[in-house]
Design a binder for this molecule. Structure first.
Ligand code: C5P
Length: 303
């Protein structure tokens, strides 16, 4: 990997957005134990905040809601870069806003943000391909967070093709307080071959985006839904409770987060409020556009 060059020393802060899978299809099982996916990722405006600065060793602190050790993908990102490119240390501070283990990609996004900030902090010269390879080594969802905010993922979900982003669309994310250790593996294990699909739903969504059509709920699909409902105790009841408030919900990733499309910010804020009686949390968020910046002027919550 790249060599170290003179570098900035002041701490670097950035934000790490969540994602939803607008469409997620499982095509079949692969020889390596993974499943072949066809999925359309969309980044949304719910953020974790990451700050990195110089230190003797690699230290991670997490304000709340995620492990602060090598299980944390941001920590693995630092160790991977360090072993490949430099022997310098860094502290990484995470302020979590994205619920962990929900299917919203928070851990993967933190890792991509940490990679990107550490490359700057340590002054590493990596090509885009080297950075993406490092991201893929950390997790299948990590490369998406280094690229544009809308993309088709094939293979394990890590072979990416950029797609045009839809016009800014307001969504509500609904996250029940249901957690399951090794959730992704458990949901894939609960999947039945008759739930495999041929990729047609992702193609239809890709076509709609290419043609500049707005997102509609008829374009959304998640082939892991039935498996998630079987694997996660309590999810079926939560899903039914959501449907009594609002008709169209889609599961994101392996769940348990659900999301829906609203016609305006006001409608999203109102729907979020209407969900306050349900357990867990709800967020009104916009989809992100290609011009979104990881380094805004103001970073809330990072003193
Ligand atoms: O990507 P990650 O390592 O978190 O995936 C956890 C587990 O989920 C894998 O070990 C595999 O059993 C399952 N999985 C899969 N197909 C995918 C992604 C994950 O079968 N495309």
């Amino acid at each position: 990997m790249g060599r170290a060059v003179p570098h900035p020393v002041s701490p670097i802060a950035c934000r790490a957005p969540a994602k939803v899978n607008l469409c997620l299809e499982v095509l079949g099982r692969r020889d390596d134990g993974y499943h072949e996916l066809r999925t359309v990722f969309q980044a949304v405006g719910l953020y974790d905040y990451v700050r990195v600065g110089e230190s003797e060793t690699v230290d991670l602190s997490v304000a709340r809601g995620a492990p602060a050790d090598e299980r944390n993908l941001a920590y693995r990102a630092a160790e991977l870069l360090r072993s490949g490119c430099t022997h310098r240390g860094a502290y990484i501070e995470l302020r979590k806003r994205i619920p962990a283990g929900a299917g919203l990609g928070g851990g993967s996004s933190d890792a991509a943000a940490a990679l990107s900030c550490l490359v700057d902090l340590w002054g590493l010269e990596l090509t885009a391909e080297e950075l993406v390879a490092a991201a893929a080594a950390i997790g299948a969802d990590v490369p998406f967070f280094l690229g544009p905010p809308t993309a088709l993922g094939t293979g394990r979900g890590d072979v990416l093709t950029p797609l045009p982003s839809p016009p800014t669309t307001w969504m509500v994310l609904a996250v029940p307080p249901l957690r399951l250790p090794r959730k992704t593996a458990a949901v894939f294990a609960a999947l039945r071959p008759e739930e495999y699909t041929d990729g047609g739903a992702s193609e239809a969504l890709g076509r709609a985006l290419q043609e500049g059509r707005p997102l509609g709920s008829e374009l959304l699909y998640n082939g892991l839904t039935a498996a998630a409902l079987r694997a996660l105790t309590g999810l079926e009841e939560y899903s039914a409770a959501l449907s009594r408030v609002w008709p169209h919900w889609t599961v994101s990733g392996a769940g348990p987060a659900h999301f829906t499309i609203c016609s305006s910010r006001d409608e999203a804020v109102e729907l979020r409020r209407a969900l306050h009686r349900l357990p867990g949390r709800a967020y009104a968020v916009p989809t992100l556009q290609p011009g979104w910046t990881r380094r805004p002027q103001l970073l809330p919550g990072l003193g």
